[in-house]
Design a protein around this ligand. Structure first.
Ligand code: APR
Length: 182
């Protein structure tokens, strides 16, 4: 617990989450892809893609920059909304990847709070196709959430949904370190 918000780690498919909002690990095109992106568009249905096209045309004609976040409805998903964010592609760690990854989490949290959403679920952004080492990414993800919750009390729950047992165990170890003194 940080303040009154609960941070939890679960193993599963993020498209099954009942949260107010789930976060998509998107690419700058917002036109869908594989992994989390593919699952969300498949289960959420065409409405999400249609809204993404409108967002691209109206706000991000050149594509959504890494670290930024936008919101659409959840379509057929249990979650009412989807926040689409773009994590950094891992290029060895000397291209501000850690700042960009932190921005993706922080901007998603800010957007959720701005829409008065209280339960948010994240996948392990950037650790799939984008190749970010999960041992590093998990610590950035959890410390960014911790810092945000220390200043912001309008969230009730932040859930990390890990797709494999290995990813869950890695996040658990990172959480033991990041939340050691809370
Ligand atoms: N639920 C939860 N986690 C999932 C799911 C799912 N349904 N599917 C995959 N994952 C996990 C992966 O195992 C990985 O740990 O999410 C993490 C992020 O993997 P990706 O989805 O590949 O996302 P990312 O690494 O950020 O790469 C983004 O991949 O799908 C494309 O369009 C997307 O180009 C973008 C890139």
């Amino acid at each position: 617990m940080i303040g009154k918000a609960k941070v939890q780690l679960v193993r599963g498919d993020i498209t099954d989450q009942e949260s107010d909002v789930i976060v998509n690990a998107a690419n700058p095109s917002l036109m869908g892809g594989g992994g989390v992106d593919g699952a969300i568009h498949r289960r959420g249905g065409p409405e999400i893609l249609e809204e993404c096209k409108k967002i691209r045309a109206a706000e991000w004609p050149g594509g959504l920059p890494t670290g930024k976040a936008v919101v659409t409805s959840g379509g057929n998903l249990k979650a009412r909304y989807v926040i689409h964010t773009v994590g950094p592609i891992w290029r060895g760690g000397r291209s501000r990847e850690s700042d960009l990854l932190a921005n993706a989490f922080q901007n998603s949290l800010r957007l959720a709070v701005s829409k008065s959403l209280r339960k948010i679920s994240f996948p392990s952004i950037s650790t799939g196709a984008y190749g970010y080492p999960i041992e590093k990414a998990s610590r950035i993800a959890l410390s960014t959430v911790k810092k945000f919750l220390e200043k912001e009390d309008r969230l009730d729950k932040v859930t990390f949904v890990l797709f494999s047992q290995h990813d869950l165990e890695t996040y658990k170890q990172a959480a033991r370190e990041v939340f050691a003194h809370t």
